[in-house]
Each structure stands twice: as structure tokens, then as C-alpha cells.
Design a protein around this ligand. Structure first.
Ligand code: GLN
Length: 547
């Protein structure tokens, strides 16, 4: 049976609960324990799959095909443990399960209520897989006191009661604001937040306090006294220069020790922090810098491409260089020549995306990279755009396009070199879908195997001819165009095992031009940079040396 750590937040949102949870996971691993991390989100969307990246940041896809919150990406990047469908849940999903059971008559005509039906559903979710790990770390989204979060707080309170004593602890993350006029850190908001938590029956075991300044002993004592938390368990969560500093910084402040103390695990196994000292060494000892242009759509919100930004950083770490990523709204290149914008860059990346807006600009960016021999990495839509570009400008399919754009506009304006996928093979069975299906969950989602051509650039990069990567898309490059495109130099060097679905394209006669139908960024870790990103950055470094 796993021990449970519940991580909640108070005072304000966005204090970094996800990061604190992920760092704690890494620290427990460093002490030899196995962990799994979970996210419970209070919003009413059934999953984040249909939420706009502008509002919610990136949709993180797991191996088993769940569309989840970007916090699961942090969890994976810090622990290397692959998240599953059962590691992320929203209020919407919980209510939808409860209502489905009600319609099926599972509750035998009982009146359905938040307590116990909704809370039981949440507790069932928490229990999944608890025999597999030493620690289950569960982060509750939002802040204490939010109306929609209440059932989650009630459920975790009950959960701790149901378990044997000492099997569950509560970590609460708050803010200590600094008032410049008086030169003081203020503890009152934290006191109120803890009071709120206690009023729903949860007493925190560990307090994690975000503050821009070190916490003076006097304030620490005051918080300990007023919040009824042991002084050693009042932990400072300092501002960090990089997120990857979190495990070492939180360890220094005594976070993992406080958690183990709260469980009464004594003596605590000594931590081996070599992985994180190496990560920090690579980050801080980097020499030089390469500039990568990212030509996308959701460029106003950095979180919209979170995993790509992180994977580029990891790629830099593999090459001991810094990567400076700059974001361009692809629509600019529909009006203006991309040349003057892209010329100062050592590499160009076109990420995934949905819908037609900006796609002509992405096609022009791909053309620029191909013609000027700048390293190009096209991810998902970025691969599709590169294929359309070659089809139009090399293979004379002048009106090449994607069915996605015709579907969006209702017209037939393009020759669909990228078409809507109606069925595909997953493992041993065929999955079939119509466009009319629900918007959520009609995509090829999750991990699929690809077979790489021996001797191709990608096979060399991966050092393998069979790989597994995560997908999230509806449309596919049509193999009907394979021969014509290969004759022009765009080779299909990665295919689905049945040979029907192009997974990777590359141009041999180019310093580095690769398009992938999947999302390699989702599997990159600071301590294990993804080979494609590592080699992409290496190619960028080479370009930077030439200029
Ligand atoms: N919109 C494209 C498709 O559905 C690409 C999706 C993506 O980039 N994730 O196939």
C-alpha cells in the first residue's frame, strides 16, 4: 500500500505546486523510493483535450493516449516515470462518471449527492495502482476555498481517515508577500489559508512557503505557532533561476526530510543527488548560445509549447550550450518575407497546431529552411507543412494542402496531400473514426511504434530502427505521394509498422531537415535529452560556428 502525499495550495494560484510536487517526487526517488504523481483538477471540462492552449497551456499526451494537464509533463521530466490516463482527473470527468453510473442505474435509485457519491468516485480514482509504488503524490489544482475544489478537499480528508494512521500527509503551499514599505514578510495570508484548510478538516503537516526573500527565524517560529506546524516542517520555497534547480534547492531547505519525518520514516535513507547535480552542472557550465526560431500559432502564452521549450533546453544541455528560443507568429510570414526575420537564426522549428490559420506562413518558413539549408525540425503539423511545401515547390502539386483546412472552410481548395485518417492499426486491432465523432478523443493518440529505414539520418540519431513515440493528430501524410516526393529528395524514413502511415520525412541533401508526425518533445528529460532535440541543437551549433 502506497503512502500518500497530498499537495494543496493557498493564498494565490500559480505558486508552483506542480513543480514542488515534481521536485518532491525526484527527491524521494533519490532516496531510493518509487513514486507516482497525480493531478486532480477542479475545472469542469472532462479533459483538457478540447481546451485552448491559449487558456490552459499545452495538452500533455501520455503513452496510453490520455490528453492531460501540462503538469504531468513536469512530473515526467522530473521523475522519468511515464504518466498514465489514471494520473489525471478533472471535476468534469468525475461528475461525468457519476452521472453515467446514475443513468445506468448503478446507484439503485438512491439520491445522488456530492457526499458520498462524488467523493467516493474521487477516492476510487486516488486508489488506482496504490500497490505499485512507495509514494503516491497527489496535487490538487486551484487554491483552498475555491467552490469547485471543495469535493476534492473533502475526498482527500476522508481518504486519510480511511487509511491506517500515518499513511497520508498534507503539504500546503502558500505565499509570504514582502511589503517594501515596512521591509517585512507577511505571514497573515498563510495563517488565513491554513485556517481555511483546517475548517474543512485538513491539518497541514508541511508548509511550503514561496517568498522572494529568506524567511527570518522569527517569522518561521510565528508561522509554526499560529499554523500548528512543526518548525522544521516550515519550509522556504525560494525563487529559482531555473526549474531544474528545484530538487537541489528544496532538498537544501529540508523539504524531503520534513516529508519523511511527517511519515515517521527514521532513519531516512540518504539521498543520492548525482542526477540533479549533473543536470545543474550542464545547465550552468554551458558555453555559447544558439538561436532557434519557433514559428507557431499559440505564441502569446509560453506554456502553450511548454514541452518544446523544455526539450530544446535539454538539447542544449546535451551539447553544453544554451538555446535561445524566439517565437514567431506564423501569420507574419503570410504577409511578409520570412527571410529578414529568420536570417539571424541557427535553426527553425515548426511545432504542432490545429486549424488553417498561420499555415501558409509555416509553409514559407519550411521553404526558407529547405532552400537556405538551415536545420529544420517539423513536429506534427510542422511535418505536414514541410511535406506540403515539398509537394508544391518540388513535386509540382501546386495546390497541395491538407484536408484539415478544407474541412474547416467547407471548400475543396486543395489537393489533399495530408488527408483525414479514417482508420488505423493499434496493436492488433483496427481503430475506425468518422469526422462527425465527438471533438474530444477522435485523434490518433498516445504511443505508436515506427520503423525507421536503416542508414537514414533518423535511424542514426536514434541508434535504432524501431522507436516508440507519442501522437496527437487527426490527419496523415498520404503515401500515394511517397514516390513523387522521394524522387525530389524528401524521403519517408520512418513508417508505421504496417507501412501505411508516414511517421518521419527527411532530406538527405540538407544539413538537417526532419519532420516527424509525432511529438518527441513529450519524452525528453533533463537527465535524458531526446535524441532528436539533442541532434537538432548539435546541427544548430554547427551552423553557429560557420557564421
Ligand atoms: N492538425 C494536425 C492534425 O490533426 C496536426 C496536429 C498536431 O500538430 N498535433 O493532424
Amino acid at each position: 500500500m502506497a503512502r500518500y502525499v497530498f499537495i494543496t495550495g493557498g493564498v494565490v494560484s500559480s505558486l508552483g505546486k506542480g513543480l514542488a510536487s515534481a521536485a518532491l517526487g525526484a527527491l524521494l526517488q533519490a532516496r531510493g523510493f518509487s513514486v507516482r504523481l497525480r493531478k486532480l483538477d477542479p475545472y469542469l471540462n472532462v479533459d483538457p483535450g478540447t481546451m485552448s492552449p491559449f487558456e490552459h497551456g499545452e495538452v500533455f499526451v501520455t503513452d496510453d493516449g490520455a490528453e492531460t494537464d501540462l503538469d504531468l509533463g513536469h512530473y515526467e521530466r522530473f521523475t522519468g516515470v511515464s504518466a498514465r490516463k489514471t494520473d489525471s482527473v478533472s471535476s468534469g470527468r468525475i461528475y461525468s462518471n457519476v452521472l453515467e453510473k446514475e443513468r445506468r442505474g448503478d446507484y439503485l435509485g438512491k439520491t445522488i449527492q456530492v457526499i458520498p457519491h462524488v467523493t467516493n468516485e474521487i477516492k476510487d480514482f486516488l486508489r488506482v495502482g496504490d500497490a505499485e509504488v512507495d509514494f503516491m503524490l497527489c496535487e490538487i489544482g486551484g487554491t483552498v476555498g475555491d467552490i469547485e475544489g471543495l469535493p476534492f478537499f473533502e475526498a482527500i480528508r476522508q481518504f486519510a481517515q480511511d487509511r491506517p494512521r500515518g499513511q497520508c500527509i498534507f503539504v500546503h503551499l502558500t505565499l509570504l508577500p514582502y511589503v517594501t514599505a515596512s521591509g517585512e514578510l507577511k505571514t497573515k495570508p498563510t495563517q488565513h489559508s491554513v485556517k481555511e484548510l483546517r475548517s474543512i478538516g485538513i491539518a497541514p503537516d508541511v508548509l511550503l512557503l514561496r517568498s522572494e526573500h529568506p524567511i527570518p527565524e522569527k517569522e518561521r517560529e510565528k508561522i509554526s505557532l499560529f499554523c500548528n506546524v512543526r518548525k522544521e516542517a516550515v519550509i522556504a520555497a525560494p525563487d529559482l533561476k531555473t526549474i531544474y534547480e528545484a530538487p537541489l534547492a528544496y532538498h537544501r531547505e529540508g523539504f524531503d526530510q520534513a516529508v519523511l519525518d511527517a511519515f515517521g520514516i527514521s532513519p531516512a535513507p540518504r539521498p543520492n543527488l548525482a542526477r540533479w547535480t549533473d543536470v545543474m552542472e550542464r545547465l550552468t557550465q554551458a558555453e555559447g548560445e544558439v538561436r532557434v526560431a519557433i514559428v507557431g500559432k499559440y505564441t502569446q502564452l509560453e506554456d502553450a509549447y511548454k514541452s518544446i521549450a523544455e526539450a530544446l533546453t535539454h538539447g542544449g544541455m546535451a551539447n553544453r550550450t544554451r538555446v535561445k528560443a524566439e517565437w514567431f507568429d506564423a501569420e507574419i510570414f503570410e504577409r511578409e518575407d520570412p527571410g529578414p526575420y529568420l536570417e539571424p537564426f541557427h535553426a527553425i522549428l515548426v511545432p504542432g497546431g490545429f486549424g488553417e490559420r498561420g499555415t501558409e506562413g509555416k509553409i514559407r518558413a519550411a521553404q526558407y529552411a529547405r532552400e537556405k539549408k538551415i536545420p529544420y525540425l517539423g513536429i506534427c503539423l510542422g511535418m505536414q507543412m514541410a511535406v506540403i511545401e515539398s509537394a508544391r515547390n518540388l513535386a509540382h502539386v501546386t495546390d497541395a494542402g491538407s484536408e484539415e483546412f478544407d474541412h474547416d472552410s467547407g471548400a475543396k481548395r486543395f489537393t489533399p496531400v495530408v488527408y483525414h485518417l479514417k482508420e488505423w492499426v493499434q496493436g492488433n486491432h483496427i481503430v475506425a473514426r468518422k469526422l462527425g465523432d465527438d471533438k474530444g478523443g477522435t485523434m490518433r493518440l498516445g504511443a505508436y511504434t515506427a520503423t525507421l529505414t536503416a542508414g537514414s539520418r533518423v535511424a542514426n540519431i536514434y541508434g535504432a530502427t524501431e522507436i516508440e513515440e507519442r501522437h496527437r493528430h487527426r490527419y496523415e501524410v498520404d503515401i500515394a505521394y511517397r514516390d513523387r516526393l522521394e524522387a525530389c529528395g524528401l524521403s519517408f524514413s520512418g513508417m508505421s509498422p504496417d507501412g501505411r502511415l508516414p511517421e518521419i520525412v527527411e532530406i538527405a541533401d540538407h544539413p538537417w531537415f526532419i519532420g516527424v508526425q509525432f511529438h518527441p518533445e513529450l519524452k525528453s528529460k533533463p537527465f535524458a535529452p531526446h535524441p532528436l532535440f539533442a541532434d537538432f541543437v548539435r546541427a544548430a551549433v554547427e551552423v553557429s560556428r560557420l557564421v
